[in-house]
Write a protein that binds this ligand. Structure first.
Ligand code: NAG
Ligand code: NAG
Ligand code: NAG
Ligand code: NAG
Length: 420
């Protein structure tokens, strides 16, 4: 798998516990969750009001909407209040993909493939119910849908595991069934809605954006926000297309077809149509793309995966962008150029928003530090990510598109930002 060991997406104080979970579940190379999780919510400290319990999907088995191991999928719902009581934010958890029987069967033994291992989730950043941390969405109904299918909520197939049991590739059914259940819990009366997610969950938000919009009456304001999901189909340092080969495995093993745009499928093969550069051509719902153009996951896994360069020469640059040589930075700038060029469609769409920073990080909405803090990344107009997204969502500002200059031009790029 092309995913990296170290967990990115977990606020610092959570990191040790989260890593312990990964080690306990012998799964290498797994990109950790977009949200921090805890196995013992009961024993949580006083700040535990941020922890939101897991709800298992009702009737999941009957609908065939199950995790890789056949257990029911889960989500976390915190009810909105006050002026947010009829607004809904749905966040799709991320965590890499599995592209082979082997990698999916390893995943089955973790919270990314089975609800047996899922616990409560700490709602921080864009999920926070604290007005100062999350001024625009703090009082919305907020949902995190857990990721346990390994194909960005998009596959529909069954497979045999090496041990003779079944592997269920039911991401698409999970998506549909959880949205149905949320509709029954009041989302059908939403006045405003936002579909978002980070990493593989952000790619899922792009895949399902128009479908989500279509579930609401016309007068409802529905938008999508993609955070660290703009994966590009770029060659690695050795000239191989390792990302494309990973995605090809996911698309074929898990039968990802139904959600791909028809226009694309007529011209290209399904693997290429799974990439955001193609997906965004077909999305009609207003969408905001938030991504670093030096995204730490993409640099480590798409541009410079292990094996794509001789010896150790890239390890310290991949570990910390401040350690890259000039020659390595030139390669990274090339990556940035490619990523930015693929965003042209979004740039030209007046209803869309862009926040493309040059900070070495991955997933910027679910953490207080990146979403809205004194050290969160800022671009030309000096807004935090929270302010930029809020102004775009509520049409408070004309130009919602900003693309950063080349690393290391941006003094707000702190080395404390989470990487993956
Ligand atoms: C699975 O992904 C890895 C990269 O992570 C790649 O090397 C391998 O070829 C892929 N396998 C299949 C069957 O797609
Ligand atoms: C890549 O290599 C580094 C350094 O040897 C190692 O720490 C890391 O675990 C490897 N990553 C993967 C995905 O194998
Ligand atoms: C939840 O996150 C907040 C903010 O990062 C932190 O202060 C708190 O300790 C976390 N709570 C748990 C139970 O992990
Ligand atoms: C970055 O470079 C410094 C100075 O050469 C070195 O001490 C440090 O270990 C390097 N960091 C990484 C992650 O390789």
């Amino acid at each position: 798998m092309a995913t990296e060991l170290l967990s990115p997406l977990i606020p610092h104080q959570q990191r040790r516990r989260a890593l312990a979970v990964v080690v306990a579940a012998p799964l290498h190379a797994l990109l950790l969750a977009a949200v921090a999780f805890s196995r013992s919510p009961v024993a949580a400290p006083a700040s535990s009001s941020r922890l939101v319990d897991l709800t298992l999907l009702a009737g999941a088995r009957g609908k065939g909407a199950v995790c890789l191991d056949g257990t029911p999928p889960g989500y976390h719902l915190r009810r909105g209040f006050g002026s947010g009581a009829h607004n809904w934010l749905v966040f799709l958890e991320g965590g890499g993909w599995c592209n082979t029987t082997q990698s999916c069967s390893e995943r089955k033994m973790t919270n990314f493939g089975s609800s047996k291992y899922m616990g409560a989730v700490n709602f921080t950043g864009i999920l926070s119910n604290d007005h100062t941390e999350n001024p625009d969405f703090y009082n919305w109904n907020t949902v995190v849908i857990r990721y346990c299918d390994g194909a960005s909520f998009a596959g529909d197939a069954e497979g045999g595991d090496l041990d003779g049991t079944k592997l269920f590739f039911r991401g698409l059914r999970i998506w549909k069934a959880v949205v149905d259940e949320l509709m029954g819990k009041g989302m059908d009366a939403a006045k405003q809605a936002l579909l978002t997610g980070c990493s593989a969950g952000s790619l899922a938000a792009l895949l399902h954006c128009d479908n989500f919009h279509g579930r609401f009456p016309h007068e409802v304001s529905v938008k999508c926000l993609s955070d660290a999901g703009f994966f590009i189909d770029e060659k690695d340092l050795s000239g191989e297309r390792s990302m494309r080969s990973l995605i090809s495995g996911v698309v074929h093993l898990q039968n990802v077809k139904e959600v791909l745009p028809n226009d694309c499928l007529q011209k290209k093969d399904p693997t290429e149509c799974f990439f955001p550069a193609e997906l965004i051509k077909g999305i009609t719902t207003p969408t905001f793309i938030l991504n670093s153009d030096y995204d730490s996951w993409q640099i480590r896994n798409i541009l410079a995966p292990n094996g794509s360069y001789p010896g150790q020469e890239w390890s310290s640059c991949k570990a910390d962008i401040r350690n890259c040589s000039c020659a390595q930075l030139d390669v990274l700038h090339g990556f940035k150029k490619k990523l930015v060029s693929e965003l042209k469609v979004a740039e030209d769409n007046k209803d869309w928003g862009l926040f493309i920073d040059s900070c070495f990080t991955h997933c910027q909405t679910p953490f207080d530090i990146t979403w809205n803090s004194p050290i969160s990344p800022r671009l030309g107009n000096k807004q935090s990510i929270s302010e930029a997204v809020g102004d775009w969502y509520f049409d408070r500002r004309q130009n919602a598109k900003q693309i950063d200059c080349e690393y290391p031009c941006n003094p707000t790029c702190s080395s404390l930002l989470p990487t993956a």
